[in-house]
Design a protein around this ligand. Sequence first.
Ligand code: FAD
Ligand code: EPU
Length: 339
Amino acid sequence: MLDIRNNVNLKTYNTFGIEAFCTYFTEINSIEDFLALLKTDIYKNNLKLILGGGSNVLFTQNFNGIVIKNNLKGIEVVTQDNEAVIVRAAAGENWHGFVLWCIEKGFCGLENLSLIPGCIGASPMQNIGAYGVEIKDVFNDLEAINTATGQKKVFSAAECEFGYRESVFKTKYKNQFFIISVSFKLYRQPKLNTTYGAINSELEAMKISNATIKDVSNAVIAIRQSKLPNPAETGNAGSFFKNPEVAKEKYDELKRSFEGLVAYPLPNGNFKLAAGWLIEQCGLKGFEKEGAAVHSKQALVLINKNNCSGKAVFELSGYVLQKVFDKFGVTLEREVNII
Ligand code: FAD
Ligand code: EPU
Protein backbone atom coordinates (compact mmCIF):
# COMPACT_ATOMS: atom_id res chain seq x y z
CA MET A 1 0.00 0.00 0.00
CA LEU A 2 1.37 3.35 -1.06
CA ASP A 3 1.87 5.74 1.84
CA ILE A 4 3.10 9.28 1.18
CA ARG A 5 4.35 11.20 4.21
CA ASN A 6 5.00 14.94 4.53
CA ASN A 7 8.08 16.79 5.73
CA VAL A 8 10.36 13.85 6.50
CA ASN A 9 13.86 14.24 7.97
CA LEU A 10 16.38 12.45 5.71
CA LYS A 11 19.16 12.26 8.33
CA THR A 12 18.85 8.48 8.69
CA TYR A 13 18.44 7.98 4.93
CA ASN A 14 21.88 9.28 3.92
CA THR A 15 25.22 7.89 5.10
CA PHE A 16 26.65 11.41 5.56
CA GLY A 17 24.07 11.70 8.38
CA ILE A 18 23.11 15.16 7.14
CA GLU A 19 19.87 16.69 8.33
CA ALA A 20 17.67 17.75 5.41
CA PHE A 21 13.91 17.60 4.97
CA CYS A 22 11.92 16.56 1.94
CA THR A 23 8.40 17.79 1.20
CA TYR A 24 7.12 14.25 0.48
CA PHE A 25 8.51 10.80 1.20
CA THR A 26 7.36 7.35 0.18
CA GLU A 27 8.71 3.80 0.28
CA ILE A 28 8.30 1.43 -2.68
CA ASN A 29 7.77 -2.20 -1.64
CA SER A 30 6.46 -3.54 -4.94
CA ILE A 31 6.32 -2.62 -8.63
CA GLU A 32 2.58 -1.99 -8.12
CA ASP A 33 3.46 0.66 -5.49
CA PHE A 34 5.63 2.46 -8.03
CA LEU A 35 3.02 2.27 -10.80
CA ALA A 36 0.39 3.60 -8.37
CA LEU A 37 2.76 6.41 -7.39
CA LEU A 38 3.17 7.43 -11.06
CA LYS A 39 -0.57 8.18 -11.19
CA THR A 40 -0.63 10.53 -8.18
CA ASP A 41 -0.70 14.33 -8.49
CA ILE A 42 2.10 14.59 -5.93
CA TYR A 43 4.34 12.55 -8.22
CA LYS A 44 3.27 14.36 -11.38
CA ASN A 45 3.70 17.86 -9.94
CA ASN A 46 6.94 17.57 -7.99
CA LEU A 47 10.67 16.96 -8.35
CA LYS A 48 11.59 13.34 -7.67
CA LEU A 49 14.60 11.71 -6.05
CA ILE A 50 15.03 7.92 -5.93
CA LEU A 51 17.05 6.73 -2.95
CA GLY A 52 18.63 3.38 -2.17
CA GLY A 53 21.01 3.36 0.78
CA GLY A 54 21.81 7.08 0.44
CA SER A 55 25.55 6.29 0.41
CA ASN A 56 26.41 8.35 -2.65
CA VAL A 57 24.43 11.53 -2.07
CA LEU A 58 25.09 14.81 -0.28
CA PHE A 59 22.11 16.94 0.74
CA THR A 60 23.20 20.58 0.65
CA GLN A 61 19.64 21.83 1.17
CA ASN A 62 16.12 20.58 1.82
CA PHE A 63 14.62 18.62 -1.08
CA ASN A 64 11.47 20.36 -2.34
CA GLY A 65 9.93 17.31 -3.93
CA ILE A 66 9.25 13.63 -3.33
CA VAL A 67 11.91 11.20 -2.12
CA ILE A 68 11.20 7.66 -3.29
CA LYS A 69 12.93 5.09 -1.09
CA ASN A 70 13.33 1.84 -2.92
CA ASN A 71 12.69 -1.32 -0.85
CA LEU A 72 12.19 -3.88 -3.65
CA LYS A 73 13.47 -7.24 -2.37
CA GLY A 74 14.29 -10.69 -3.78
CA ILE A 75 17.18 -12.70 -5.23
CA GLU A 76 16.76 -15.47 -7.82
CA VAL A 77 18.92 -17.71 -9.98
CA VAL A 78 17.72 -17.12 -13.54
CA THR A 79 19.79 -19.72 -15.42
CA GLN A 80 22.73 -21.93 -14.59
CA ASP A 81 24.97 -24.57 -16.11
CA ASN A 82 28.24 -26.22 -15.12
CA GLU A 83 30.23 -23.08 -15.77
CA ALA A 84 28.13 -19.99 -15.21
CA VAL A 85 25.09 -18.72 -13.40
CA ILE A 86 22.91 -15.69 -13.97
CA VAL A 87 21.58 -14.24 -10.73
CA ARG A 88 19.05 -11.44 -10.52
CA ALA A 89 18.59 -9.22 -7.47
CA ALA A 90 15.87 -6.69 -6.83
CA ALA A 91 17.02 -3.08 -6.62
CA GLY A 92 16.34 -2.64 -2.90
CA GLU A 93 18.54 -5.55 -1.83
CA ASN A 94 21.62 -4.52 0.15
CA TRP A 95 24.73 -4.75 -2.05
CA HIS A 96 27.07 -6.36 0.47
CA GLY A 97 24.37 -8.78 1.64
CA PHE A 98 23.99 -9.90 -1.99
CA VAL A 99 27.77 -10.30 -2.41
CA LEU A 100 27.89 -12.51 0.71
CA TRP A 101 24.90 -14.55 -0.55
CA CYS A 102 26.75 -15.21 -3.85
CA ILE A 103 29.97 -16.17 -2.04
CA GLU A 104 28.01 -18.55 0.19
CA LYS A 105 26.55 -20.24 -2.91
CA GLY A 106 30.00 -20.50 -4.54
CA PHE A 107 29.14 -17.99 -7.30
CA CYS A 108 32.38 -16.20 -8.19
CA GLY A 109 33.00 -12.69 -9.48
CA LEU A 110 31.72 -10.23 -6.88
CA GLU A 111 34.20 -10.90 -4.06
CA ASN A 112 36.40 -7.85 -4.80
CA LEU A 113 33.31 -5.67 -4.44
CA SER A 114 32.68 -6.71 -0.83
CA LEU A 115 31.55 -4.17 1.77
CA ILE A 116 30.51 -1.41 -0.64
CA PRO A 117 27.52 0.25 1.04
CA GLY A 118 24.20 0.84 -0.68
CA CYS A 119 21.69 -1.10 -2.72
CA ILE A 120 21.69 -3.17 -5.90
CA GLY A 121 19.67 -0.56 -7.83
CA ALA A 122 22.35 2.12 -7.54
CA SER A 123 25.25 -0.18 -8.46
CA PRO A 124 24.96 0.39 -12.24
CA MET A 125 24.43 4.15 -11.79
CA GLN A 126 28.12 4.80 -11.37
CA ASN A 127 29.38 1.33 -12.35
CA ILE A 128 30.64 0.73 -8.82
CA GLY A 129 34.18 -0.53 -8.59
CA ALA A 130 36.88 -1.54 -6.16
CA TYR A 131 40.10 -3.53 -6.05
CA GLY A 132 40.42 -4.11 -9.80
CA VAL A 133 36.78 -5.04 -10.56
CA GLU A 134 33.83 -2.95 -11.75
CA ILE A 135 30.25 -4.19 -12.04
CA LYS A 136 30.48 -3.91 -15.82
CA ASP A 137 32.79 -6.98 -15.59
CA VAL A 138 30.00 -9.16 -14.17
CA PHE A 139 26.91 -7.30 -15.38
CA ASN A 140 24.32 -9.23 -17.43
CA ASP A 141 21.39 -6.83 -17.78
CA LEU A 142 19.00 -4.64 -15.77
CA GLU A 143 15.31 -3.87 -15.75
CA ALA A 144 14.08 -0.33 -15.28
CA ILE A 145 10.80 1.56 -15.44
CA ASN A 146 10.58 4.75 -17.45
CA THR A 147 9.57 7.33 -14.83
CA ALA A 148 7.41 9.27 -17.31
CA THR A 149 5.53 6.46 -19.06
CA GLY A 150 5.61 3.53 -16.62
CA GLN A 151 6.97 1.28 -19.39
CA LYS A 152 9.52 -1.41 -18.51
CA LYS A 153 12.81 -1.52 -20.41
CA VAL A 154 15.68 -4.02 -20.28
CA PHE A 155 19.18 -2.53 -20.65
CA SER A 156 22.12 -4.59 -21.92
CA ALA A 157 25.66 -3.74 -20.79
CA ALA A 158 26.28 -1.91 -24.08
CA GLU A 159 23.14 0.20 -23.57
CA CYS A 160 24.31 1.21 -20.09
CA GLU A 161 27.48 2.75 -21.62
CA PHE A 162 29.53 2.01 -18.52
CA GLY A 163 32.67 4.02 -17.88
CA TYR A 164 34.77 4.86 -14.84
CA ARG A 165 32.10 5.79 -12.26
CA GLU A 166 29.75 6.52 -15.19
CA SER A 167 26.69 5.17 -17.01
CA VAL A 168 23.81 6.49 -19.11
CA PHE A 169 21.81 6.84 -15.90
CA LYS A 170 24.09 9.69 -14.82
CA THR A 171 24.15 11.31 -18.25
CA LYS A 172 21.59 11.14 -21.07
CA TYR A 173 19.00 9.18 -19.04
CA LYS A 174 19.51 11.08 -15.77
CA ASN A 175 16.32 10.86 -13.63
CA GLN A 176 14.47 9.05 -16.43
CA PHE A 177 14.53 5.46 -15.16
CA PHE A 178 13.74 3.68 -11.92
CA ILE A 179 16.03 0.63 -11.85
CA ILE A 180 14.05 -2.31 -10.43
CA SER A 181 16.48 -5.23 -10.74
CA VAL A 182 19.98 -6.07 -11.93
CA SER A 183 21.30 -9.44 -13.10
CA PHE A 184 24.90 -10.61 -12.98
CA LYS A 185 26.82 -13.35 -14.80
CA LEU A 186 28.93 -15.21 -12.25
CA TYR A 187 31.12 -18.30 -12.47
CA ARG A 188 31.43 -21.57 -10.61
CA GLN A 189 35.23 -21.68 -11.01
CA PRO A 190 36.99 -18.83 -9.23
CA LYS A 191 38.91 -16.45 -11.50
CA LEU A 192 40.59 -14.62 -8.68
CA ASN A 193 41.62 -11.05 -9.38
CA THR A 194 44.35 -10.10 -6.95
CA THR A 195 46.09 -7.67 -9.29
CA TYR A 196 45.41 -4.93 -6.75
CA GLY A 197 48.62 -5.34 -4.77
CA ALA A 198 47.14 -4.81 -1.33
CA ILE A 199 44.95 -7.94 -1.69
CA ASN A 200 47.99 -10.21 -2.01
CA SER A 201 49.75 -8.53 0.92
CA GLU A 202 46.61 -8.90 3.01
CA LEU A 203 46.27 -12.60 2.07
CA GLU A 204 49.92 -13.11 3.04
CA ALA A 205 49.33 -11.36 6.36
CA MET A 206 46.36 -13.70 6.85
CA LYS A 207 48.77 -16.61 6.05
CA ILE A 208 46.57 -17.83 3.18
CA SER A 209 48.19 -19.45 0.15
CA ASN A 210 45.38 -21.13 -1.84
CA ALA A 211 42.82 -18.38 -1.54
CA THR A 212 39.07 -18.98 -1.98
CA ILE A 213 36.60 -16.27 -2.97
CA LYS A 214 35.67 -16.02 0.71
CA ASP A 215 39.34 -15.35 1.56
CA VAL A 216 39.54 -12.62 -1.09
CA SER A 217 36.33 -11.10 0.25
CA ASN A 218 37.76 -11.15 3.79
CA ALA A 219 41.01 -9.55 2.58
CA VAL A 220 39.08 -6.78 0.81
CA ILE A 221 36.94 -6.22 3.91
CA ALA A 222 40.06 -5.96 6.09
CA ILE A 223 41.73 -3.44 3.73
CA ARG A 224 38.57 -1.34 3.52
CA GLN A 225 38.06 -1.35 7.29
CA SER A 226 41.64 -0.18 7.81
CA LYS A 227 41.16 3.06 5.88
CA LEU A 228 37.54 3.83 5.09
CA PRO A 229 35.29 5.26 7.81
CA ASN A 230 32.29 3.15 8.82
CA PRO A 231 29.21 5.25 7.99
CA ALA A 232 27.47 3.86 11.10
CA GLU A 233 30.07 5.75 13.16
CA THR A 234 31.27 8.61 10.93
CA GLY A 235 29.14 10.15 8.20
CA ASN A 236 30.66 9.89 4.71
CA ALA A 237 29.90 8.80 1.14
CA GLY A 238 33.17 7.05 0.25
CA SER A 239 35.46 8.77 -2.26
CA PHE A 240 34.17 12.30 -2.67
CA PHE A 241 36.06 12.87 -5.93
CA LYS A 242 36.97 10.71 -8.91
CA ASN A 243 40.60 9.93 -9.66
CA PRO A 244 41.36 12.39 -12.48
CA GLU A 245 42.61 11.33 -15.91
CA VAL A 246 45.37 13.38 -17.52
CA ALA A 247 47.22 13.27 -20.85
CA LYS A 248 50.76 11.82 -20.94
CA GLU A 249 52.30 15.31 -21.35
CA LYS A 250 50.65 16.51 -18.14
CA TYR A 251 51.67 13.31 -16.36
CA ASP A 252 55.31 13.76 -17.50
CA GLU A 253 55.29 17.36 -16.28
CA LEU A 254 53.89 16.37 -12.87
CA LYS A 255 56.28 13.42 -12.57
CA ARG A 256 59.25 15.77 -13.09
CA SER A 257 58.01 18.20 -10.43
CA PHE A 258 56.54 15.92 -7.78
CA GLU A 259 58.47 12.95 -6.47
CA GLY A 260 56.28 10.01 -5.47
CA LEU A 261 53.37 10.95 -7.75
CA VAL A 262 50.88 8.02 -7.71
CA ALA A 263 49.51 7.33 -11.20
CA TYR A 264 48.29 4.40 -13.30
CA PRO A 265 48.70 4.11 -17.10
CA LEU A 266 45.43 3.71 -19.03
CA PRO A 267 44.91 1.78 -22.29
CA ASN A 268 44.26 5.07 -24.16
CA GLY A 269 47.74 6.38 -23.30
CA ASN A 270 46.49 8.76 -20.59
CA PHE A 271 47.21 8.40 -16.87
CA LYS A 272 44.87 8.19 -13.90
CA LEU A 273 46.17 10.10 -10.87
CA ALA A 274 45.44 9.06 -7.29
CA ALA A 275 43.35 12.01 -6.08
CA GLY A 276 43.91 10.95 -2.45
CA TRP A 277 47.65 11.45 -2.96
CA LEU A 278 47.14 14.88 -4.55
CA ILE A 279 44.92 15.98 -1.64
CA GLU A 280 47.35 14.62 0.94
CA GLN A 281 50.24 16.50 -0.72
CA CYS A 282 48.28 19.72 -0.26
CA GLY A 283 48.55 19.09 3.48
CA LEU A 284 44.81 18.58 3.80
CA LYS A 285 44.65 15.17 5.51
CA GLY A 286 42.59 15.73 8.67
CA PHE A 287 41.81 19.35 7.67
CA GLU A 288 38.53 20.44 9.26
CA LYS A 289 36.18 23.33 8.57
CA GLU A 290 32.77 23.90 10.16
CA GLY A 291 32.49 20.28 11.29
CA ALA A 292 33.31 18.81 7.87
CA ALA A 293 36.74 17.24 7.45
CA VAL A 294 39.14 15.41 5.15
CA HIS A 295 39.42 11.87 6.54
CA SER A 296 42.78 11.40 8.26
CA LYS A 297 43.31 7.84 6.93
CA GLN A 298 42.14 8.42 3.33
CA ALA A 299 42.20 11.96 1.95
CA LEU A 300 39.77 11.19 -0.89
CA VAL A 301 36.99 10.75 1.67
CA LEU A 302 35.25 13.76 3.23
CA ILE A 303 33.52 13.16 6.55
CA ASN A 304 30.82 14.64 8.73
CA LYS A 305 33.12 14.98 11.72
CA ASN A 306 31.01 17.10 14.00
CA ASN A 307 27.35 17.17 13.08
CA CYS A 308 27.97 19.46 10.12
CA SER A 309 25.64 20.69 7.39
CA GLY A 310 25.71 19.43 3.81
CA LYS A 311 26.71 22.94 2.80
CA ALA A 312 29.82 22.68 4.99
CA VAL A 313 30.84 19.43 3.24
CA PHE A 314 30.20 21.00 -0.16
CA GLU A 315 32.23 24.11 0.73
CA LEU A 316 35.06 21.93 2.01
CA SER A 317 35.00 20.03 -1.29
CA GLY A 318 35.32 23.37 -3.13
CA TYR A 319 38.29 24.30 -0.94
CA VAL A 320 39.98 20.94 -1.67
CA LEU A 321 39.33 21.36 -5.41
CA GLN A 322 40.94 24.80 -5.37
CA LYS A 323 44.00 23.70 -3.37
CA VAL A 324 44.63 20.73 -5.70
CA PHE A 325 44.22 22.95 -8.75
CA ASP A 326 46.59 25.61 -7.36
CA LYS A 327 49.32 23.06 -6.61
CA PHE A 328 49.02 20.64 -9.52
CA GLY A 329 46.92 22.38 -12.18
CA VAL A 330 44.54 19.39 -12.07
CA THR A 331 40.77 19.80 -11.69
CA LEU A 332 39.04 17.20 -9.55
CA GLU A 333 35.51 16.11 -10.33
CA ARG A 334 33.03 15.27 -7.58
CA GLU A 335 31.88 11.65 -7.55
CA VAL A 336 29.09 12.08 -5.00
CA ASN A 337 25.64 13.19 -6.25
CA ILE A 338 25.04 16.69 -4.94
CA ILE A 339 21.40 17.43 -4.11
P1 FAD B 1 22.09 6.22 -3.28
O1 FAD B 1 23.10 7.07 -2.61
O2 FAD B 1 20.79 6.01 -2.60
O3 FAD B 1 21.83 6.79 -4.74
C1 FAD B 1 22.91 7.13 -5.58
C2 FAD B 1 22.34 7.67 -6.90
O4 FAD B 1 21.66 6.65 -7.58
C3 FAD B 1 21.33 8.79 -6.72
O5 FAD B 1 21.47 9.68 -7.80
C4 FAD B 1 20.00 8.08 -6.79
O6 FAD B 1 18.95 8.92 -7.22
C5 FAD B 1 20.28 6.98 -7.79
N1 FAD B 1 19.52 5.75 -7.58
C6 FAD B 1 19.57 4.95 -6.47
N2 FAD B 1 18.80 3.88 -6.64
C7 FAD B 1 18.24 4.00 -7.86
C8 FAD B 1 17.33 3.20 -8.61
N3 FAD B 1 16.82 2.05 -8.13
N4 FAD B 1 16.96 3.61 -9.85
C9 FAD B 1 17.46 4.77 -10.35
N5 FAD B 1 18.30 5.57 -9.69
C10 FAD B 1 18.70 5.18 -8.47
N6 FAD B 1 31.43 3.25 -4.55
C11 FAD B 1 32.24 2.55 -5.39
O7 FAD B 1 32.00 2.52 -6.60
N7 FAD B 1 33.31 1.84 -4.92
C12 FAD B 1 33.62 1.80 -3.61
O8 FAD B 1 34.60 1.16 -3.22
C13 FAD B 1 32.79 2.54 -2.70
N8 FAD B 1 33.10 2.56 -1.39
C14 FAD B 1 32.32 3.26 -0.53
C15 FAD B 1 32.65 3.26 0.84
C16 FAD B 1 31.89 3.97 1.74
C17 FAD B 1 32.27 3.94 3.21
C18 FAD B 1 30.74 4.69 1.29
C19 FAD B 1 29.87 5.42 2.28
C20 FAD B 1 30.41 4.71 -0.05
C21 FAD B 1 31.20 4.01 -0.98
N9 FAD B 1 30.91 3.99 -2.36
C22 FAD B 1 31.69 3.26 -3.22
C23 FAD B 1 29.78 4.80 -2.90
C24 FAD B 1 28.41 4.09 -2.80
O9 FAD B 1 28.43 3.07 -1.84
C25 FAD B 1 27.98 3.48 -4.13
O10 FAD B 1 27.88 4.49 -5.11
C26 FAD B 1 26.61 2.79 -4.03
O11 FAD B 1 26.34 2.09 -5.21
C27 FAD B 1 25.46 3.75 -3.76
O12 FAD B 1 24.32 2.97 -3.47
P2 FAD B 1 23.07 3.59 -2.72
O13 FAD B 1 21.97 2.60 -2.77
O14 FAD B 1 23.46 4.06 -1.37
O15 FAD B 1 22.74 4.84 -3.66
N1 EPU C 1 46.71 7.69 -1.33
C1 EPU C 1 47.50 8.59 -0.65
N2 EPU C 1 46.91 9.33 0.34
C2 EPU C 1 45.60 9.19 0.68
C3 EPU C 1 44.80 8.28 -0.03
C4 EPU C 1 45.39 7.53 -1.05
O1 EPU C 1 48.68 8.74 -0.91
O2 EPU C 1 45.17 9.88 1.59
C5 EPU C 1 47.35 6.85 -2.35
C6 EPU C 1 47.51 5.42 -1.81
O3 EPU C 1 48.70 5.27 -1.13
C7 EPU C 1 47.47 4.58 -3.05
C8 EPU C 1 46.58 5.39 -3.99
O4 EPU C 1 46.50 6.71 -3.47
O5 EPU C 1 48.73 4.49 -3.61
C9 EPU C 1 45.18 4.78 -4.16
O6 EPU C 1 44.54 4.72 -2.90
P1 EPU C 1 43.41 3.63 -2.58
O7 EPU C 1 43.91 2.28 -2.91
O8 EPU C 1 42.94 3.86 -1.20
O9 EPU C 1 42.27 3.91 -3.62
P2 EPU C 1 41.63 5.25 -4.20
O10 EPU C 1 42.14 5.45 -5.59
O11 EPU C 1 41.80 6.37 -3.24
C10 EPU C 1 39.66 4.03 -5.35
C11 EPU C 1 38.17 4.17 -5.44
C12 EPU C 1 37.52 3.56 -4.22
C13 EPU C 1 37.88 2.09 -4.16
C14 EPU C 1 39.39 1.98 -4.08
C15 EPU C 1 39.86 0.54 -4.12
C16 EPU C 1 37.70 6.12 -6.77
C17 EPU C 1 37.22 7.52 -6.80
N3 EPU C 1 37.80 5.55 -5.57
O12 EPU C 1 40.09 4.82 -4.26
O13 EPU C 1 36.11 3.67 -4.36
O14 EPU C 1 37.29 1.47 -3.05
O15 EPU C 1 40.00 2.66 -5.19
O16 EPU C 1 39.73 0.04 -5.40
O17 EPU C 1 37.99 5.54 -7.82
C18 EPU C 1 34.28 5.13 -3.91
O18 EPU C 1 34.13 5.21 -5.13
O19 EPU C 1 33.52 5.70 -3.09
C19 EPU C 1 35.40 4.35 -3.39
C20 EPU C 1 35.66 4.25 -2.09
